[in-house]
Design a protein around this ligand. Structure first.
Ligand SMILES: *Cc1c(COP(=O)(O)O)cnc(C)c1O
Length: 430
């Protein structure tokens, strides 16, 4: 498979943009080699500059649950395009998207639209701080909430100490207001609240983690997060930027039966265009300007094109209910990958929730960042390139979810399993 045009395009891009990309994961740092430049996408497939076709399991890192170029989304965006691309004034379409979100997600009574998942989490933690009058935010290692300064923080030397910056440019002052704990560690959360409970404004978490690969929460952990935040007057924030409308139409909270105070959304609610959102009970959301005093604004927020794509996507999801089929396709893929790994004698464990899944190259179950980080990432890199060579585009890191879309067919899944079988045999031989 030739990728000469992609290689040339990357060489040019590197002279123009840092690392040649506008978001770091796209540069394939975790697997090595040059990224693949995409020319177009349709349904379940990506086509690169050299004309190669790939079965796509990234789906733009989550948004494309209907596959690429769904006719209803294309039609809605086209119609909106001819009516003007941005007004900086309210539209009825924004209320329509807000209504769809509120009807779908149990805990949301009012919602504010923003332009990305990062903006959503940044605004939600500002609201939690403004609402409670406290400073400290609790987050969990291995959860990703966008590139918000106070969430780019690593655990300090002992797990219950305040955090240290995870990127140059994040100040120690900012990091001091973030407490980083272990995911699925209810006892650690108890200890943190005992020590810092009166300073904690909110606890933010991925209710099903996608960003260290797919990791599910234990019941004990989630219930501790709900109980402790309530007991200490802090807000529980579910970051459903990835899981919202993905693991169920009502998000992970409807699947798990736990009600957060605030929810952040993104990815699917923009249908492939830039939209994020945060929402919760009216009594909390009405603290946001101009109803309340917590500042948050956006020139392009509620953009007509993006909102049109979001409305069209949510309506298809609501009316056609692809979730049972997505579940069945994902089950087929999980079963096939596990069998292929067993046959190749490759140790693995699977993280799986509905249409999100990860094949971890680790013999132990992955439950938190400590166990995730023991995976064989070198083997993953070989597996990734083995799949690319066979026309399958998986996440370019062990610590990401792959997504099944409504555009995938059983034949796509079976072709993927066969490709994985061959790629795994190669990694075993190497
Ligand atoms: C992708 C993601 C974000 C960040 O969203 P962007 O649109 O990339 O800013 C935040 N939280 C979670 C859980 C995500 O998966």
């Amino acid at each position: 498979m030739s990728r000469t045009k992609s290689q040339l395009a990357f060489a040019r891009a590197k002279t123009l943009m840092p690392g040649g990309v506008n978001s770091p994961a796209r540069a394939f740092g975790a697997v090595g080699g040059d990224p693949i430049f995409i020319d177009r996408a349709q349904g379940a497939y990506l086509y690169d500059l050299d004309g190669n076709r790939y079965i796509d399991y990234i789906g733009s890192w989550g948004p494309m649950i209907l596959g690429h170029g769904h006719p209803k989304v294309v039609e809605a965006v086209t119609r909106a395009l001819h009516r003007g691309t941005s007004y900086g004034a309210p539209t009825e379409a924004e209320s329509e998207l807000a209504e769809l979100v509120i009807e779908a997600v149990p805990s949301i009574e009012k919602v504010r639209l923003v332009n990305s998942g990062t903006e959503a989490t940044m605004s939600a933690i500002r609201l939690a701080r403004g609402y409670t009058g406290r400073d400290v935010i609790v987050k969990f290692a291995g959860n990703y909430h966008g590139h918000v300064d106070s969430l780019l923080v690593a655990a300090g030397s002992s797990a219950a100490t305040l955090g240290a910056p995870n990127s140059p440019g994040v100040t120690c002052g900012t990091a001091r207001d973030t407490l980083v704990l272990r995911y699925n560690d209810a006892a650690g959360l108890h200890a943190a609240f005992e020590r810092h409970g009166q300073e904690i404004a909110g606890v933010i978490l991925e209710p099903v983690v996608g960003n260290m690969g797919v990791v599910k929460p234990s019941e004990e952990f989630l219930s501790a997060a709900r109980t402790l935040t309530r007991q200490y007057g802090a807000l529980l924030i579910f970051d459903e930027v990835m899981t919202g409308f993905r693991v169920a139409y009502g998000g992970a909270q409807s699947l798990l039966g736990v009600t957060p105070d605030l929810t952040t959304l993104g990815k699917i609610i923009g249908g492939g265009l830039p939209v994020g959102a945060y929402g919760g009970p009216a009594a909390i959301m009405d603290h946001v300007l101009p109803a309340g005093k917590v500042f948050q604004a956006g020139t392009l927020s509620g953009n007509p094109l993006a909102v049109a794509a979001g409305i069209a996507t949510l309506k298809v999801l609501r009316d056609e209910n692809p979730y049972p089929r997505l579940h069945a396709l994902a089950a087929r893929l999980v079963g096939g990958l596990e069998q292929a790994a067993r046959d190749a004698d490759v140790a693995c464990s699977v993280g799986w929730c509905e249409s999100m899944l990860t094949l971890f190259f680790s013999s132990q179950p992955v439950t938190d960042w400590d166990t995730a980080s023991r995976c064989d990432t070198k083997r993953y890199a070989r597996y990734f390139w083995g799949l690319v060579e066979r026309g399958v585009y998986m996440p370019c890191s062990q610590f990401e979810a792959l997504f099944v879309s409504a555009a995938h067919t059983e034949a796509d899944i079976d072709a993927t399993i066969e490709a994985a079988r061959q790629a795994l045999a190669e990694t075993a031989a190497a």
